[in-house]
Design a protein around this ligand. Structure first.
Ligand SMILES: [Zn+2]
Length: 288
Protein backbone atom coordinates (compact mmCIF):
# COMPACT_ATOMS: atom_id res chain seq x y z
CA UNK A 1 0.00 0.00 0.00
CA UNK A 2 1.19 3.42 -0.81
CA UNK A 3 -0.01 6.58 0.84
CA UNK A 4 0.50 9.83 -0.92
CA UNK A 5 -0.33 13.06 0.81
CA UNK A 6 -0.95 16.01 -1.43
CA UNK A 7 -1.24 19.52 -0.12
CA UNK A 8 -2.97 21.93 -2.37
CA UNK A 9 -2.32 25.49 -1.58
CA UNK A 10 -4.87 28.19 -1.90
CA UNK A 11 -3.95 31.54 -3.27
CA UNK A 12 -3.07 34.12 -0.72
CA UNK A 13 -2.54 37.75 -1.18
CA UNK A 14 -1.36 40.68 0.70
CA UNK A 15 -2.85 43.84 2.01
CA UNK A 16 -0.68 46.53 3.42
CA UNK A 17 -2.99 47.22 6.31
CA UNK A 18 -0.97 48.80 9.07
CA UNK A 19 2.50 48.62 10.45
CA UNK A 20 2.39 45.80 12.86
CA UNK A 21 4.04 43.97 15.67
CA UNK A 22 6.10 41.40 13.81
CA UNK A 23 9.05 43.64 13.23
CA UNK A 24 10.03 45.56 16.27
CA UNK A 25 10.48 49.28 15.69
CA UNK A 26 13.42 50.17 17.89
CA UNK A 27 12.41 53.83 18.03
CA UNK A 28 9.02 53.02 19.52
CA UNK A 29 8.60 52.70 23.26
CA UNK A 30 6.54 49.54 23.56
CA UNK A 31 6.73 49.58 27.33
CA UNK A 32 4.51 52.63 27.65
CA UNK A 33 1.95 51.73 24.99
CA UNK A 34 -1.48 50.81 26.44
CA UNK A 35 -2.36 48.48 23.54
CA UNK A 36 0.87 46.56 24.04
CA UNK A 37 0.27 46.50 27.79
CA UNK A 38 -3.16 45.01 27.13
CA UNK A 39 -1.60 42.29 25.01
CA UNK A 40 0.91 41.59 27.76
CA UNK A 41 -1.89 41.21 30.30
CA UNK A 42 -3.69 38.80 27.99
CA UNK A 43 -0.52 36.74 27.47
CA UNK A 44 -0.11 36.57 31.24
CA UNK A 45 -3.41 34.70 31.53
CA UNK A 46 -2.41 31.09 31.17
CA UNK A 47 -5.00 29.73 28.75
CA UNK A 48 -3.19 26.49 28.00
CA UNK A 49 -5.43 23.74 26.69
CA UNK A 50 -7.59 22.27 29.51
CA UNK A 51 -6.77 25.17 31.85
CA UNK A 52 -9.57 27.10 33.50
CA UNK A 53 -10.57 29.77 30.98
CA UNK A 54 -12.50 31.69 33.65
CA UNK A 55 -9.81 34.40 34.02
CA UNK A 56 -9.83 34.95 30.24
CA UNK A 57 -13.64 35.25 30.28
CA UNK A 58 -13.31 37.82 33.04
CA UNK A 59 -10.66 39.68 31.00
CA UNK A 60 -12.98 39.94 28.00
CA UNK A 61 -15.96 40.83 30.17
CA UNK A 62 -14.05 43.83 31.52
CA UNK A 63 -12.95 44.88 28.01
CA UNK A 64 -16.47 44.57 26.61
CA UNK A 65 -17.90 46.57 29.51
CA UNK A 66 -15.24 49.27 28.99
CA UNK A 67 -16.55 49.78 25.45
CA UNK A 68 -20.19 49.38 26.37
CA UNK A 69 -20.59 46.39 24.07
CA UNK A 70 -22.49 43.22 24.90
CA UNK A 71 -20.60 40.03 25.59
CA UNK A 72 -22.43 36.73 25.34
CA UNK A 73 -21.06 33.46 26.58
CA UNK A 74 -22.15 30.14 25.09
CA UNK A 75 -21.08 26.86 26.64
CA UNK A 76 -21.61 23.84 24.39
CA UNK A 77 -19.23 21.71 26.44
CA UNK A 78 -18.33 22.15 30.09
CA UNK A 79 -15.44 24.55 30.72
CA UNK A 80 -15.31 25.50 27.03
CA UNK A 81 -16.84 28.99 26.79
CA UNK A 82 -17.42 30.62 23.43
CA UNK A 83 -17.44 34.41 23.75
CA UNK A 84 -19.13 36.83 21.38
CA UNK A 85 -18.70 40.60 21.60
CA UNK A 86 -21.21 42.52 19.54
CA UNK A 87 -20.35 45.90 18.05
CA UNK A 88 -23.67 47.00 16.51
CA UNK A 89 -23.76 48.48 13.03
CA UNK A 90 -26.17 51.16 11.89
CA UNK A 91 -27.93 48.80 9.47
CA UNK A 92 -28.60 45.49 11.26
CA UNK A 93 -30.35 44.11 8.15
CA UNK A 94 -26.97 43.76 6.39
CA UNK A 95 -24.88 40.60 6.77
CA UNK A 96 -22.42 41.04 9.61
CA UNK A 97 -18.63 40.82 9.89
CA UNK A 98 -17.13 38.20 12.16
CA UNK A 99 -13.61 38.60 13.55
CA UNK A 100 -12.63 35.29 15.01
CA UNK A 101 -9.75 34.25 17.21
CA UNK A 102 -9.11 31.62 19.85
CA UNK A 103 -8.33 31.99 23.52
CA UNK A 104 -6.53 28.68 24.07
CA UNK A 105 -2.80 28.15 23.59
CA UNK A 106 -0.71 25.02 23.36
CA UNK A 107 1.34 24.04 26.44
CA UNK A 108 4.65 25.75 27.18
CA UNK A 109 7.26 24.89 29.72
CA UNK A 110 10.07 27.10 30.97
CA UNK A 111 12.35 24.10 30.52
CA UNK A 112 11.79 24.27 26.76
CA UNK A 113 14.42 26.95 26.27
CA UNK A 114 12.30 30.07 26.63
CA UNK A 115 14.41 33.20 27.04
CA UNK A 116 11.69 34.60 29.30
CA UNK A 117 8.90 32.75 31.14
CA UNK A 118 6.24 31.72 28.59
CA UNK A 119 3.43 33.52 30.39
CA UNK A 120 5.34 36.69 31.22
CA UNK A 121 4.64 38.79 28.14
CA UNK A 122 8.13 40.15 28.70
CA UNK A 123 9.37 42.75 26.22
CA UNK A 124 13.04 42.34 25.36
CA UNK A 125 15.37 45.26 24.78
CA UNK A 126 14.97 44.89 21.03
CA UNK A 127 11.20 45.25 21.37
CA UNK A 128 10.05 41.64 21.00
CA UNK A 129 7.28 40.27 23.17
CA UNK A 130 7.82 36.78 24.55
CA UNK A 131 4.87 34.65 25.51
CA UNK A 132 2.98 31.52 24.54
CA UNK A 133 0.11 32.44 22.26
CA UNK A 134 1.45 35.89 21.40
CA UNK A 135 1.20 35.14 17.67
CA UNK A 136 -1.24 32.23 17.92
CA UNK A 137 -3.33 34.19 18.44
CA UNK A 138 -3.64 36.64 21.27
CA UNK A 139 -2.09 39.54 19.37
CA UNK A 140 -4.79 39.14 16.72
CA UNK A 141 -7.58 39.28 19.33
CA UNK A 142 -6.09 42.44 20.79
CA UNK A 143 -5.69 43.96 17.31
CA UNK A 144 -9.38 43.33 16.59
CA UNK A 145 -10.34 44.87 19.92
CA UNK A 146 -8.06 47.87 19.56
CA UNK A 147 -9.27 48.57 16.02
CA UNK A 148 -12.93 48.47 17.07
CA UNK A 149 -12.20 50.50 20.18
CA UNK A 150 -10.46 53.21 18.14
CA UNK A 151 -13.35 53.41 15.69
CA UNK A 152 -15.67 53.88 18.64
CA UNK A 153 -13.44 56.53 20.18
CA UNK A 154 -13.56 58.44 16.89
CA UNK A 155 -17.34 58.12 16.79
CA UNK A 156 -17.13 56.15 13.56
CA UNK A 157 -20.17 53.94 13.12
CA UNK A 158 -19.95 51.05 10.72
CA UNK A 159 -22.93 50.05 8.62
CA UNK A 160 -22.52 46.41 9.46
CA UNK A 161 -22.52 44.81 12.86
CA UNK A 162 -19.12 43.41 13.80
CA UNK A 163 -18.83 40.38 16.05
CA UNK A 164 -15.63 39.45 17.81
CA UNK A 165 -15.78 35.74 18.52
CA UNK A 166 -13.35 33.99 20.85
CA UNK A 167 -13.10 30.22 20.76
CA UNK A 168 -11.94 27.94 23.60
CA UNK A 169 -10.47 24.85 21.93
CA UNK A 170 -8.97 25.58 18.53
CA UNK A 171 -5.80 23.71 19.48
CA UNK A 172 -7.89 20.65 20.31
CA UNK A 173 -9.80 20.56 17.03
CA UNK A 174 -12.57 23.08 17.78
CA UNK A 175 -15.29 20.54 18.49
CA UNK A 176 -16.60 22.24 21.64
CA UNK A 177 -16.02 25.71 20.20
CA UNK A 178 -16.32 26.59 16.53
CA UNK A 179 -17.91 23.34 15.34
CA UNK A 180 -20.68 23.53 17.95
CA UNK A 181 -21.05 27.25 17.55
CA UNK A 182 -21.55 27.02 13.77
CA UNK A 183 -24.50 24.70 14.36
CA UNK A 184 -26.13 26.97 16.92
CA UNK A 185 -29.05 29.34 16.51
CA UNK A 186 -26.85 32.04 18.00
CA UNK A 187 -24.50 31.79 15.02
CA UNK A 188 -27.38 31.73 12.49
CA UNK A 189 -28.82 34.85 14.07
CA UNK A 190 -25.52 36.66 13.50
CA UNK A 191 -26.08 36.46 9.71
CA UNK A 192 -22.35 36.47 8.98
CA UNK A 193 -21.38 37.64 5.51
CA UNK A 194 -17.62 37.93 5.96
CA UNK A 195 -15.15 36.47 8.40
CA UNK A 196 -11.52 37.01 9.27
CA UNK A 197 -9.73 34.23 11.09
CA UNK A 198 -6.31 32.95 12.01
CA UNK A 199 -3.37 33.57 9.74
CA UNK A 200 0.36 33.19 9.91
CA UNK A 201 2.83 35.56 11.51
CA UNK A 202 5.53 36.96 9.29
CA UNK A 203 8.62 38.87 10.24
CA UNK A 204 7.70 41.92 8.23
CA UNK A 205 5.76 45.14 8.82
CA UNK A 206 2.53 44.05 7.13
CA UNK A 207 -0.43 41.88 7.99
CA UNK A 208 -0.95 39.32 5.24
CA UNK A 209 -4.58 38.57 4.46
CA UNK A 210 -5.17 35.08 3.15
CA UNK A 211 -8.42 34.55 1.35
CA UNK A 212 -8.04 30.81 1.11
CA UNK A 213 -6.37 28.32 3.35
CA UNK A 214 -4.16 25.36 2.66
CA UNK A 215 -6.21 22.27 2.05
CA UNK A 216 -4.92 18.81 2.80
CA UNK A 217 -5.75 16.23 0.19
CA UNK A 218 -4.66 12.80 1.29
CA UNK A 219 -4.59 10.03 -1.24
CA UNK A 220 -4.03 6.38 -0.50
CA UNK A 221 -3.02 4.26 -3.46
CA UNK A 222 -3.22 0.48 -3.18
CA UNK A 223 -1.13 -1.33 -5.79
CA UNK A 224 -1.96 -4.97 -6.38
CA UNK A 225 0.10 -7.24 -8.57
CA UNK A 226 0.56 -10.79 -9.64
CA UNK A 227 2.19 -13.10 -7.16
CA UNK A 228 4.66 -15.72 -8.21
CA UNK A 229 7.85 -17.53 -7.48
CA UNK A 230 10.85 -15.30 -6.94
CA UNK A 231 12.43 -16.66 -10.10
CA UNK A 232 9.44 -15.81 -12.32
CA UNK A 233 9.77 -12.78 -14.54
CA UNK A 234 6.58 -10.68 -14.88
CA UNK A 235 6.14 -7.44 -16.79
CA UNK A 236 6.78 -4.49 -14.47
CA UNK A 237 3.24 -3.21 -14.81
CA UNK A 238 1.89 -6.53 -13.66
CA UNK A 239 3.64 -6.41 -10.31
CA UNK A 240 2.58 -4.46 -7.20
CA UNK A 241 6.00 -2.87 -6.80
CA UNK A 242 6.11 -1.95 -10.49
CA UNK A 243 2.78 -0.18 -10.19
CA UNK A 244 3.99 1.61 -7.05
CA UNK A 245 7.09 2.61 -8.96
CA UNK A 246 4.91 4.23 -11.63
CA UNK A 247 2.85 6.12 -9.04
CA UNK A 248 5.93 7.37 -7.20
CA UNK A 249 7.74 8.30 -10.42
CA UNK A 250 4.80 10.37 -11.61
CA UNK A 251 4.36 11.98 -8.22
CA UNK A 252 8.01 13.00 -8.07
CA UNK A 253 7.90 14.26 -11.66
CA UNK A 254 5.04 16.53 -10.62
CA UNK A 255 6.98 17.50 -7.48
CA UNK A 256 10.09 18.37 -9.51
CA UNK A 257 7.94 20.48 -11.80
CA UNK A 258 6.35 22.36 -8.86
CA UNK A 259 9.47 22.87 -6.76
CA UNK A 260 11.15 25.48 -9.02
CA UNK A 261 7.86 27.40 -9.10
CA UNK A 262 7.85 27.35 -5.29
CA UNK A 263 11.43 28.65 -5.07
CA UNK A 264 10.57 31.60 -7.32
CA UNK A 265 7.11 32.34 -5.89
CA UNK A 266 6.76 35.62 -4.04
CA UNK A 267 5.92 35.16 -0.39
CA UNK A 268 2.44 36.50 -0.98
CA UNK A 269 1.58 34.02 -3.69
CA UNK A 270 1.75 30.47 -2.38
CA UNK A 271 -1.16 29.62 -4.64
CA UNK A 272 1.00 29.32 -7.72
CA UNK A 273 2.36 25.93 -6.70
CA UNK A 274 1.13 22.70 -5.11
CA UNK A 275 3.28 20.85 -2.64
CA UNK A 276 3.26 17.07 -2.67
CA UNK A 277 4.81 14.72 -0.15
CA UNK A 278 5.01 10.97 0.10
CA UNK A 279 4.32 10.13 3.72
CA UNK A 280 3.95 6.39 4.13
CA UNK A 281 4.96 3.40 2.05
CA UNK A 282 3.99 0.02 3.38
CA UNK A 283 4.05 -3.44 1.89
CA UNK A 284 1.72 -6.27 2.72
CA UNK A 285 1.63 -9.78 1.37
CA UNK A 286 -1.56 -11.67 0.88
CA UNK A 287 -2.63 -14.46 -1.40
CA UNK A 288 -6.00 -15.03 -2.98
ZN1 LIG B 1 -4.18 29.19 16.31
Amino acid sequence: MLYVKIWTVGVLFYLNVINNVCNADTTFNYNSNPSVALLQRYIQINTTTYNDLGPAVKFWNVLAAAQGVKLKKYVFKKKMPVLVLKWPGTDPSLPSIMLNSHVDVVPASEQDGWLYPPFSGQISEDGKIYGRGTQDMKSVSIQYYEALKRLKEKNISLLRTVYMTLMPDEELGAEAGMLSFLQSDAFKAMNVGFELDEGGALDMPVIPVFYQDKVAWQIRVDCHGVAGHGSSFQPTNATATGKCHNVVTNMFAFRDQQYPIYTKAPINDAGVYSSVNLNIVSVSFFFQ
